[in-house]
Design a protein around this ligand. Structure first.
Ligand code: CP
Ligand code: NVA
Length: 309
């Protein structure tokens, strides 16, 4: 566990397959013990600053409750309330927070901002979502798949929808773990070529496979896991109407999931919009594990905090 102490968690590509496995195993262990009534006050006296430039339910609550359960103290810092929102430089914010807290989690727009924060901070920085990536979510997603399927390598994960943060982190995380990751997005909304290339390189090492297509049926055929996300992400509200039209053929509905394996799992990072990216029949149906997935944010974030802090 020492090996991960002090490191940042900005993108899953910075961690080896073994390290990611260790995080998932620890998350499953903490979950099991917590349900048996065992407490884990391993971060007593430690503090985590949590900077939010965007809304959050799961990320905020999982980190906040997770720190409390580990015996530490979380500080919720909305960018509307701290000087960062009034133009204090990110580098100064990083240096000041580093003098007072043991770790910083940030949710923001630009990945470059998270990287700058990490560059100037002396304490671990955790990416709580950017426009580019959402690695904390994928840690919980991989944990959920491991929990239900008993393995990751060799499984086919199909992501249908916008090729942005969720698609990117699933490509990288899935590829690292030896999964077959298939992404289907409309033309113009495909995942970034640079991320796809990285995922392909990881897949070549791990025995995974990467498929990027505009055809949702091709992606979902024989999938073990079907994943989708909102059509208009935070910050894209003005494009919602146009996106609803463009993404309509990418709705995850009963007809599409009929192409997946009979025992497929449905995952969604949430928040979900029933009748848009997914039908109620699918997300509230027997193959959906979205609320276990949401709960696993807590356990996965605790594992991450325990290892890094
Ligand atoms: N999935 C996720 O990150 O949810 P929040 O936006 O509620 O944190
Ligand atoms: N793609 C979504 C994920 C929310 C957890 C967004 O960025 O808003």
């Amino acid at each position: 566990q020492k090996a991960m102490q002090g490191r940042d968690f900005l993108c899953m590509s910075d961690y080896t397959r073994e390290e990611l496995k260790e995080m998932i195993a620890l998350a499953l262990h903490l979950k099991k013990e917590q349900k048996m009534g065992v407490s884990h006050p391993i971060l007593q006296g430690k503090t985590l600053a949590m900077i939010f430039r965007k809304s959050s339910t799961r990320t905020r609550v999982s980190f906040e409750v997770g720190m409390y359960q580990l015996g530490g103290y979380p500080l919720f810092l909305s960018s509307n309330d701290i000087q960062l929102g009034r133009g204090e430089p990110i580098a100064d914010t990083a240096r000041v927070l580093s003098r007072m807290v043991d770790g910083i989690m940030i949710r923001t727009f630009a990945q470059a901002e998270v990287e700058e924060l990490a560059q100037f901070a002396d304490v671990p920085v955790i990416n709580g979502l950017t426009d580019l990536l959402h690695p904390c979510q994928v840690l919980a997603d991989l944990m959920t798949i491991q929990e239900y399927k008993g393995k990751l390598a060799g499984l086919k994960l199909a992501y249908v929808g916008d090729g942005n943060n969720m698609a990117h982190s699933l490509l990288i995380g899935g590829a690292k773990m030896g999964m077959k990751v298939a992404v289907a997005s409309p033309e113009g909304y495909l995942p970034q070529a640079e991320i796809v290339a990285k995922a392909q390189a990881f897949a070549a090492e791990s025995g995974g496979e990467i498929l990027v297509t505009t055809d949702p049926v091709e992606a979902v055929t024989d999938a073990d896991v079907v994943y989708t996300d909102v059509w208009a992400s935070m910050g894209q509200e003005a494009e919602a109407e146009e996106r609803a039209r463009i993404f309509q053929p990418y709705q995850v509905n009963e007809e599409l999931v009929a192409k997946a394996r009979a025992d497929y799992l449905f995952l969604h990072c949430l928040p979900a919009h029933r009748g848009e990216e997914v039908t109620a029949g699918v997300i509230d149906g027997p193959n959906s594990v979205v609320f276990d997935e949401a709960e696993n944010r807590l356990h996965a974030q605790k594992a991450l905090l325990a290892l890094l802090l």
